[in-house]
Design a protein around this ligand. Structure first.
Ligand code: FE2
Length: 225
């Protein structure tokens, strides 16, 4: 009996404390990251207008959506409302995926004046896997252009086969949903290119390789291995 009383008195407080800690942790994590370059720094490959809208409006919306869904999730969880926590999974995945994918995308790009081609282990792995970087791009671009609706095209590291793979995901699904480590993601949502390239996806895909930050991709590859 006394145990029951203790349990009633302490457990909700403990839960609230845990939820508060989780909320504090997530709130600190989930905010719009600054870009490591100016909005216009990727021109002419990607216009400053696209970059400003893409980062300050679209990415911000995913951040806001994730925080709102997480707050609802934590409130439902603290009440033991399992049905609501399940209903919120879709919003968490979509908005959380949008935040994760875009955060990775910004750091996968570099001003064209700073561009350097792949080198070292990454370059060797790409040559082994695809023949050359150019041959990889010749496979990557058609895969990206063939995405129906909105999604992402990726270079990823597949640990079981110790290989670099080209993969696509729909909507804002992160590549981790396929069990593959993302090395480089190219945003194939229209908001990423339409203002500049209209419906000509191949031109966007041709030019984006001028601003890929291969140094960051190589660091991800080294860490993934
Ligand atoms: Fe995007």
């Amino acid at each position: 009996m006394s145990l029951s009383i203790v349990s009633r008195a302490v457990r909700p407080q403990a839960l609230n404390s845990a939820a508060q800690q989780a909320r504090t942790a997530f709130s600190a994590m989930t905010k719009l990251p600054d870009l490591p370059y100016d909005y216009s720094a990727l021109e002419p490959a990607i216009s400053g207008q696209i970059m400003e809208l893409h980062h300050s409006k679209h990415h911000q919306t995913y951040v806001n959506g994730f925080n709102a869904a997480l707050e609802k999730y934590q409130a439902a969880e603290s009440k033991g409302d399992i049905a609501t926590t399940i209903a919120l999974q879709s919003a968490l995945k979509f908005n959380g995926g949008g935040h994760v994918n875009h955060s990775l995308f910004w750091t996968s790009l570099t001003p064209s004046k700073d561009y350097e081609p792949p080198s070292g282990d990454l370059s060797a792995a790409l040559e082994k896997q695809f023949g050359s970087v150019d041959q990889m791009i010749q496979k990557f671009n058609p895969a990206a252009a063939a995405i129906q609706g909105s999604g992402w095209c990726w270079l990823g590291y597949d640990k079981p086969t110790d290989s670099i793979v080209i993969a696509t995901t729909a909507n804002q699904d992160p590549l981790s949903t396929q069990g593959v480590v993302p090395l480089l993601g190219v945003d194939m949502w229209e908001h990423a290119f339409y203002l500049q390239y209209k419906n000509v996806k191949p031109e966007y895909l041709k030019n984006i390789w001028q601003v890929i930050n291969w140094k960051t991709v190589a660091e991800r590859y080294s860490k993934a291995k």
